[in-house]
Design a protein around this ligand. Sequence first.
Ligand SMILES: Cc1ncc(COP(=O)(O)O)c(C=O)c1O
Length: 398
Amino acid sequence: MKNKNNLTNLIRGGIQRSNFSETSESLFLTSGFVYKTAEEAEKSFKEEKERFMYSRFGNPTVDTFQKRMALLEGAEACWATSSGMSALFTILMSYLKKGDRVVSSRALFGSCHFVITEILPRFGIEIKLVDGTNINQWESALKKKTKIVFFETPSNPCLEIVDIKNVSKLAHKSGAKVVVDNVFATPILQRPLEFGADIIMYSATKHIDGQGRVLGGTILSDEKFCKNVIKPFIRNTGPSISPFNAWVLLKGLETLDLRIKKQVENTKEILKFLKKNEYVDKIYYPFDENFPQYELAKKQMKDGGTIISFELTSKKKLEKKTSFKFLNKLKLIDISNNLGDSKTLITHPCTTTHHRLSNTEKKQLGINENMVRLSVGLEEVNDIIEDINSSIKKTFTK
Ligand SMILES: Cc1ncc(COP(=O)(O)O)c(C=O)c1O
């Protein structure tokens, strides 16, 4: 079912009731489906008859989740995958071949960086990394024919913003499809297709579930790409989502807008506190007026998101010891590499999500030892602030 308003789509989009007329989305926890006759099975395999055959490549609960995500994003089609990483890997491996070229921003989540820089070259794919915030670097990299342009915006963990509209224009001239990892922005705060991107990927594990339960991913694009490129790849290689996870994610979508709005509100209160704190040096938040890309962020995002990174200072040397001490003294906020959760989570990207990067790469990206990434949850915001405040005090005073 398609509704004009996305708030209604979040609750009802794609719903397919069974003969029992249930209220909630039905969970078809089945790996396979039966055929009335051998002839029907034959027809289905020949694709003369469209029906569910096997949950590796089609399941009614997964289908409902895909339909709802497509409506939300304004995309023609969606395929769900077992995780965010399998979504990215599926996009790349289904579309690229030996001799192709990928241009990507350097500011990527650790595993995305690994796939692009370590795995793709093994298959004879040329890689070019650029400073995603620098349009001149995109322009010069895209003078050469390219197959895929990939970036996160905002990026993990420094919240770098890539100009979706202008990079997409350059990418299309060089023949590339633009793939945007929209995890930090969520479908509520940014709609990359409206700015010219071709494919959106999500780790649905993050805000879409948002309650720390399941892994999942999605690929959103036009019908042709999904049908001709993604579908046969998933069907035959199997990075498929479990129907149970798709069902949990459908339930997550129902509260996504409410959660994001409240989490953004909390993040902005925390921003105000951090800005006034003498032990906080540098803050990364796209909707902070002092953020270098504030204007661009305002053009393409509806709000600044639920993640804020900041550097702790110490009058002495900046080192990981200070960050670790701060993390270890927290009482309410959990140390976790996950994000987008209703619980406030914190991580030290330099030694966790981005530990694989070389020191030069970390330096280039600003992933310093004194930086922490906070994913703001739904708790009473004064409790979160009090926890940060008390831990900072314990860290910096004897
Ligand atoms: C920006 C970004 N993209 C992709 C992923 C990968 O998602 P998943 O953990 O669901 O595989 C993550 C996970 O942390 C992420 O932060």
